[in-house]
Design a protein around this ligand. Sequence first.
Ligand code: ATP
Ligand code: MG
Length: 313
Amino acid sequence: MPLDILTIGEALVEVMRTDIDQPLNEPAPFVGPYPSGAPFIFAVQAARLGLRSAAIGSVGVDAFGDCLLQQLEADGVLTDGLRQMPDQTTGVAFVAYKADGSRSYVFSLGAGGCISGDMLDPALFAELRCFHLMGSTLSISADGLGVCHEAMQMAVDAGALISFDPNLRPELLAPDAARKAFAPFIAASDVILPTEAELLQLTSASALNKAIDTLLEERPDRVIVVTRGAAGCSVYSECGGLDVLGYTVDEIDPTGAGDCFDAAFLTGLLEGKTTLEAAQLANACGALAVTEKGPMAGAKARIDVERFVQSHR
Ligand code: ATP
Ligand code: MG
């Protein structure tokens, strides 16, 4: 059966500090491993909402790789795109949280950074409905960027909806280099899911409305969804802009909010919802994502999302 949704990128486990303000340059406790990697959080959220989803990426033949693989299998994410590399270790992200809500990382990408053209199995793209890419994946290496081009072309040829979340990570790629590297992906995207800061940086526009106008002039039929953290999101199309209020929750761990939001918005579109309805579903999944520690713990199943929405009416 064809896939509903496919993505590609860094397979990781995450190991995080147990308390706030424990920097990564001094000894302090960690907890983990938790299965992670933005593309894999995305694929798991889509599966938990009921889509046939998969992510292309690499792990080592080790316990951390098993940790991710077991989670994907438990969620029914198709693992055909996950390569196990005997000569590499599974990627690890070490994460520390600061009192101001910001995070710092040490990445040991290992197998997670290895993406090659031979991983683009045409069977994954046959009749694919939606292909989602993240800027963080495009930022890893020049080779990886080339493979992502190839993957996007295969998805375009399959007639898939193309979606892009810039997920700018200056520690991986400087903004100027990112603007150049991301341009062809933005040009090809039917759905773009940036934060306001990302949108301004990537378009060099002086104001949000100018950036939106430029993107809609290029492709009037596209949708731009600006994510706004706890405030929710704003949806822009040729019909105009709409602010969609977020949900009030206690934020425990912000990791994965954007990925869960993206997966839910695209799930909504694939289900034939309006952009407003899709944005409401996405706000609910984004809000739920921050309520639990662990990158995939807050990615909720459809039934839990529906209960959450009911209880917040
Ligand atoms: P990421 O760091 O995962 O890439 P992001 O910066 O791209 O995240 P955010 O705007 O932080 O994206 O979050 C995505 C969406 O998740 C928001 O639009 C909102 O719907 C939801 N969300 C995030 N944080 C919160 C919060 N504290 N309370 C409620 N909803 C939230
Ligand atoms: Mg993001």
